[in-house]
Design a binder for this molecule. Structure first.
Ligand SMILES: C[S@@+](CC[C@H](N)C(=O)[O-])C[C@H]1O[C@@H](n2cnc3c(N)ncnc32)[C@H](O)[C@@H]1O
Ligand code: SF4
Length: 434
């Protein structure tokens, strides 16, 4: 893990297991065949919808996004999403299943106009009913919002609004090619509060190009003034497919070099300490919540416990009946396959029971604690014995503690969690094995 400390570029965030590089086109048909058997109606079912449109591409962003699509191209995409969902809804695996949570991610879902959003929601609801849905999250870029649009979004059923604020400083926002400025943050936040969403989350990134100690302190003060229901802070990554990475490779130096990992961790720690002081509580390695009743984030909690997720849209990820699924990564290929009546799966991975156990355990470690009883009941394994070696190492490094049946990360462990999860990977996935 030395590389994590010294190399500012690369992708260390662990989003899934086994890693995406082990998924294959060959597994796609078998993953699909698994959906021809009846599903378990007690298993939570979620829906993720990828909206790959943004006003500008941020220099640090690695998501699949398009910045110049016309409104008729967006309408075609909405139709494709509807067709894809209709296909899923017709499969035996979905019979008698009810949606528990929905997540509109991107890209920028709020890039769509109110009319397009109405079209999208109606299209989706015509194929799978939303009664019984506990949470609908909707990601927004502040500069795309105004009060009427927010009121419409709320009326359509969104319960959790997530604002990509990232930083409050206009120079930093511009240097990183964000489309919004700080005045958009204030107008969007005030309008969202006025409309009255049950939960407003804000995203920040520690270590954007141009970040300084003084500016970060200012960011923290501004977050405390806004007092959102939850705050999510990511340590900035510079993955290979970003404009920032290319700037670093081709030009040697962007406007200023990205921050090193110790600075990013320190900034994240300072922000969480100030938020804790103001009464916020830890919900995961990235998120703090204002009150305990907001701690339940159904999307994350279901996914990290192996729940089913239908992933709709270009490059979207899903997880169904133990199989990981990813869609076509190009919008043209995605739509072509959907409109010819296929599911547009480009690659998949059929996780073994052991791999599912590892996946759930490493994802749950990101919440700060895992309960060994859960794994004993669900998988019939004692994780304290199975992973005795990495747990022991991490205890010696002051990154976690074990209290009877509970594994708990220390504050330092939470800040570094993505840097050590690989120690639980199987040898064939780049880990030491167990
Ligand atoms: C899909 S975006 C959220 C919605 C909207 N697109 C926006 O950016 O305002 C999800 C979040 O990922 C985070 N993110 C994007 N690129 C990142 C990177 N290179 N390192 C760390 N976090 C990143 C940002 O905090 C961003 O808000
Ligand atoms: S607005 Fe969000 S999704 Fe779009 S490029 Fe920026 S970070 Fe990526």
């Amino acid at each position: 893990m030395m590389e994590v400390e010294t190399n500012p570029t690369g992708n260390y965030f662990v989003a899934n297991y086994p890693p995406f590089s082990y998924w294959s086109a060959d597994a796609a048909d078998t993953a699909l065949n698994r959906l021809h058997a009846a599903g378990d109606s007690n298993q939570p079912l979620g829906l993720y919808i990828h909206l790959p449109f943004c006003r500008k591409r941020c220099h640090f962003c690695y998501f699949r996004v398009y910045t110049e699509k016309s409104s008729s191209e967006i309408s075609d995409y909405i139709r494709a999403l509807g067709n894809e969902l209709a296909h899923y809804a017709s499969l035996p695996y979905m019979a008698n299943r009810r949606l528990k949570y929905i997540y509109f991610g991107g890209g920028t879902p709020s890039y769509l106009g109110t009319g397009q959003l109405r079209e999208l929601f109606a299209e989706l609801q015509s194929h799978l009913p939303w009664d019984g849905v506990e949470e609908v999250t909707f990601e927004c870029e502040p500069g795309t919002l105004h009060e009427q649009k927010l009121a419409a979004i709320k009326a359509m059923g969104v319960t959790r609004l997530s604002l990509g604020i990232e930083n409050f400083d206009d120079q930093i926002l511009q240097a990183n090619n964000r489309a919004h400025l700080s005045r958009h943050i204030y107008s969007a936040f005030a309008a969202a509060r006025k409309v009255g969403f049950p939960q407003i989350n804000i995203d920040l990134i520690a270590g954007m190009v141009g970040e300084t100690d003084a500016n970060w302190r200012d960011n923290i003060a501004k977050v405390l003034q806004l007092a959102p229901d939850s705050v999510t802070i990511y340590q900035m990554e510079v993955p290979f497919n970003t404009a920032l990475y290319r700037q670093l490779q081709n030009e040697g130096k962007p406007t200023s070099p990205p921050a090193d990992w110790p600075s990013k961790r320190r900034w994240q720690a300072e922000a969480f300490a100030a938020l804790a002081e103001a009464g916020y509580q830890t919900s995961s390695a990235y998120t703090v919540v204002k009150t305990k009743d907001k701690a339940h984030f159904v999307y994350r909690d279901s996914l990290w416990r192996g729940g089913d997720l239908i992933g709709l849209g270009v490059s979207a990820f899903g997880h169904l009946n133990g199989a990981h699924i990813q869609n076509e990564k190009d919008i043209g290929n995605y739509q072509r396959r959907v409109f010819t009546g296929e599911l547009p799966i480009s690659r998949a991975y059929l996780a073994t029971v052991e791999e599912r156990l590892i996946r759930e355990m490493i994802l749950q470690l990101k919440t700060g604690s895992v309960d060994s009883g859960y794994f004993q009941r669900k998988f019939g394994h004692n994780i304290l014995e199975k992973f005795a070696k990495p747990f022991d190492e991490l205890m010696k490094e002051d990154l976690l503690l074990i209290n009877e049946h509970q594994v708990e990360l220390t504050a330092n462990g939470l800040l570094r969690v993505d840097g050590f999860l690989q120690r639980f990977f199987l040898a064939q996935h780049g880990g030491p094995g167990t």
